[in-house]
Write a protein that binds this ligand. Sequence first.
Ligand SMILES: *Cc1c(COP(=O)(O)O)cnc(C)c1O
Length: 382
Amino acid sequence: MEINSLGNIKRRVLLNPGPSTTTDSVKYAQIVPDICPREVEFSSLMKGLREDLVKIVHGDLKKYTAVLFCGSGTINIDVCLNSLLPKDKKILVVNNGAYSTRAVEICEYYGLPHIDLQFPVDERPVLERVEQVLKSNPDIAIVHTTHNETGTGILNPIREIGALAHRYNAVFTVDTTSTYAMRPIDIEKDNIDFCMASAQKGLTAFTGLSFIVGNTEIIKASADYPKRSYYCNLYMQYEFFERTGEMHFTPPVQTIYATVQAIKEYWAEGEEAKWARHTRVFNAIHDGLDELGFKDVIKRSEQAGLVVSAVYPDDPNWSFEKIHDYCYARGFTIYPGKISTTNTFRLCALGAIDEVDIKAFFEVFREALKKIGVVVPVVYKE
Ligand SMILES: *Cc1c(COP(=O)(O)O)cnc(C)c1O
């Protein structure tokens, strides 16, 4: 990073779906005296962190716990699915996007029996179909889905899916990586047994620390389930934490310091105010795109309020790469879409940013369109 003479770090507005823009206080929190993570000073830091991670989703500490892993967010999906499936049971993945497809791929890699219940990427899952599958497959022990499908920005009805999972005696695991600490979650009311995220998304810290928040009794019960991974076993990591207060293997020390600072800032801002800020940013993104004539992929009423997917216009001069490079050179990062059937790009409301950043971004974005000769408002053939 470039550091100017005042010691300030150049600020970039990241509109990609994580890692997100961080505050300078979070960046500097990584600069700490070297410490061996096996010292009590460090394990007591992790104890507080684990409790905070449960409290962020309003979990009762007597019932829920947080287990930390060193890795990017995908490690959580891997850990949950490979660790929580009893012998001779099946996983149902309610799949309407790229991140649930990743869960299906994890099942394939481990050879876990599973049903990939697919829905179109721009539609919410049909609950009646989920129920039918649960009814005709009593061996389903886990139902998994994604809260905000970050590839498109669609919000899935997790509370309803969770209620169905529980009605058919299955454990409900939800990939909340792109909603946790942004869109308010209540683990118990939302019928979640396990949710997950990583430090570089809603908490606006850094990549390297991921965590699963979930039901302690279910983790304990999984002690006897088949062991399918050594590094990525939920019970093993949980049990080690409970016994020693430490992570089984080397933790991402500096990232943990930054995350502890980020959580202080989370509590200082407050859940409601933070969600209101993300909503302001999200609305400003929509206003900017509407003004330029861009079309959304997902119905506005079904968006999770954090990721906007816009369709490439039908203009011969359009070039995502050129626009990206122009904006990047001016401190703004935009991101391609993740839908195989439509060419899209994404603007996300994740980080330590506010409405003014979006206004400033759209000035640059508009200049970029003009510079490469894209007609504004943009045009679509149909
Ligand atoms: C970011 C994200 C992940 C994790 O991706 P990594 O590249 O492993 O950090 C998982 N699920 C969702 C929904 C995400 O948005």
